[in-house]
Design a binder for this molecule. Structure first.
Ligand code: SIN
Ligand code: MN
Length: 281
């Protein structure tokens, strides 16, 4: 892959152009085409997804129906193909450009958004959880998502308010207790369900959407969507007959390592091993 011209302090692969980096910082998200990853690696990843989703254990979260798999957390730690994808020059190199720092994976997950049954993600920003629960000092992280199926207007695409990340953390209400359907679950489950624990004020969402509009990036399997931890985002339930599987990896900069917290989340939700991913120069 050609190294291009984005200004940065880290050496190594640079899959993003300076214009792409600028677009990301302006909008808070960036969609790369379906051929960004080598075809063989993408094929292996698509093949690995059912294996990840079949994992048993606390890292697997079900929908409110108690049957459908919603997410499996931490596959960069447990699945060799996801580990390889997470360390690839195409993804880790791009994250490094956007953060201008060496990177490691703070969190990963496969969100299935199953045909007919995959539930919503309410409007939210990600960073509030990573700050308050994991002790990450600054919003210098980036979500890097690989579409495992085609994502279209029918199967619950992520929807963003462009530019909303530039407003920092937004006003809202931290709800108490556990969401309906998860009353007996562990405390850390509260931020992973179809009901957001921290509810951003609807008046704020409306104002930002009136200013910035709404965008739902769509594309074939293999498309790579990168988004900022403070960009306001949501996704609708999947009423279509087509799954909307996505691998999401949250890269953090090593200069932004988590500080100690009183009750660290399980390591499948917050990886506290801050070892930079080695990328050839
Ligand atoms: C989704 O899978 O649609 C939402 C994921 C997220 O908010 O990080
Ligand atoms: Mn999110």
């Amino acid at each position: 892959m050609a190294g291009i011209d984005a200004a940065r302090t880290t050496a190594g692969p640079a899959p993003l152009t300076a214009a792409m980096v600028a677009d990301y910082h302006r909008d808070g998200f960036l969609l790369l085409p379906g051929d960004h990853l080598p075809a063989e690696l993408l094929a292996e990843l698509v093949e690995a997804a059912p294996r990840v989703l079949a994992q048993q254990g606390p890292q697997r979260v079900l929908e409110r129906d108690g049957v459908t798999v919603r997410s499996v957390y931490g596959p960069h730690r447990t699945d060799p193909v996801v580990a390889r994808v997470s360390r690839s020059a195409e993804l880790a190199g791009a994250a490094r450009q956007l953060l201008d720092d060496e990177v490691y994976v703070h969190q990963s997950k496969v969100n299935l958004k199953a045909a007919f049954a995959g539930d919503q993600w309410e409007w939210h920003q990600d960073y509030i959880n990573w700050r308050d629960r994991d002790g990450i000092p600054r919003p210098d992280l980036v979500n890097v998502t690989v579409f495992l199926n085609e994502v279209n207007e029918f199967n619950g695409p992520l929807t963003f308010i462009p530019g909303s990340h530039r407003h920092g953390l937004l006003a809202g209400t931290d709800t108490d207790g556990m969401p309906a359907g998860y009353e007996d679950g562990p405390n850390w489950m509260a931020t992973l369900t179809a009901t957001e624990k921290f509810q951003v004020d609807r008046a704020v969402i409306r104002r930002l959407a009136e200013e910035g509009g709404l965008v739902s990036p769509k594309g074939p399997a293999g498309s790579v969507l990168m988004f900022h931890p403070n960009v306001l985002h949501a996704s609708s339930p999947n009423l279509s007959p087509f799954d909307r599987g996505m691998l999401l990896m949250v890269y953090n900069g090593v200069r932004n390592a988590p500080r100690p917290v009183a009750s660290p989340r399980p390591d499948f939700l917050a990886d506290r091993e801050v070892a930079p991913i080695p990328l050839a120069a």
